[in-house]
Design a protein around this ligand. Structure first.
Ligand code: F6P
Length: 227
């Protein structure tokens, strides 16, 4: 790649992005953590551990990853810093694990730990504002989807740089944002993308573009209702 006469912030960022990209075909496996105790209670945010079903998923995921990546020389497992993703990765052995704060779930600020019904009842203006514009709505003392998308930039650059497979174990809002980037979905659709529990989305990056496969390893026992 030859680079000449680059000046200014945006051209500099574009060059940085391009020199970090490459076309080695490799899979990226995206999955939410196994069902958590807060998923069972319908509570948003928090840092709870896994339910029994979530623990079953973590073991199923480990054997899937072992089979899927057994022919690969290297691979890595990325989680957030929240225990539900770390516990989901726990049974996977033989690959390095990396924790990223940037992969933590959307910060629900003053609504953290509430159910959607409690938000509707106790904070009706917040509930209504989020319903009207979920992409731009920022929880008081928390984040919006646009904030999440922005903080994921270093994760995306690192994913583009990898030559080996990566398993990303993260959260609903974060995975909607990452998936939208790879699947080239419009910004407005990001908060509505389906990322079910207990399902692996395999993205294959290669010279001919991006291919996708979904593997549902088990049913989500308590699918969380969305706003
Ligand atoms: O309910 C699970 C969860 O990961 C919450 O922790 C988070 O607030 C929510 O999903 C994000 O999804 P939505 O943007 O649809 O509320």
């Amino acid at each position: 790649m030859q680079i000449n006469n680059i000046s200014g912030y945006l051209p500099g960022r574009i060059v940085f992005f391009l020199v970090n990209c490459h076309l080695t075909p490799r899979p990226i496996l995206l999955t939410r953590h196994g069902e958590s105790l807060d998923n069972v209670r319908g509570r948003i945010g928090g840092d709870s551990s896994l339910s029994e079903a979530g623990e079953v998923y973590s073991r199923k995921l480990a054997s899937f990853v072992e089979k899927r990546l057994k022919s690969e020389r290297t691979a890595s497992i990325w989680t957030s810093t929240l225990q539900r993703t770390i516990l989901t990765a726990y049974p996977i052995i033989g690959f390095p694990k990396i924790q990223w704060r940037a992969l933590d779930e959307i910060n629900a600020g003053v609504c953290d730990g509430m159910t959607y019904d409690e938000v509707k009842k106790n904070k009706p203006e917040e509930y209504e504002s989020r319903r009207k514009d979920k992409l731009r709505y920022r929880y008081p003392r928390g984040e919006s989807y646009l904030d999440v998308i922005q903080r994921l930039e270093p994760v995306i650059i690192e994913l583009e740089r990898q030559r080996a497979p990566v398993v990303v174990i993260a959260h609903q809002a974060v995975l909607r944002s990452l998936y939208a980037y790879f699947a080239d979905k419009p910004l407005e659709e990001v908060p509505k993308i389906e990322i079910p529990l207990h399902t692996i989305i395999e993205i294959k990056m290669g010279v001919t573009g991006v291919e996708e496969k979904r593997y549902k390893l088990m049913d989500a026992v308590n699918p969380t209702a969305e706003v």
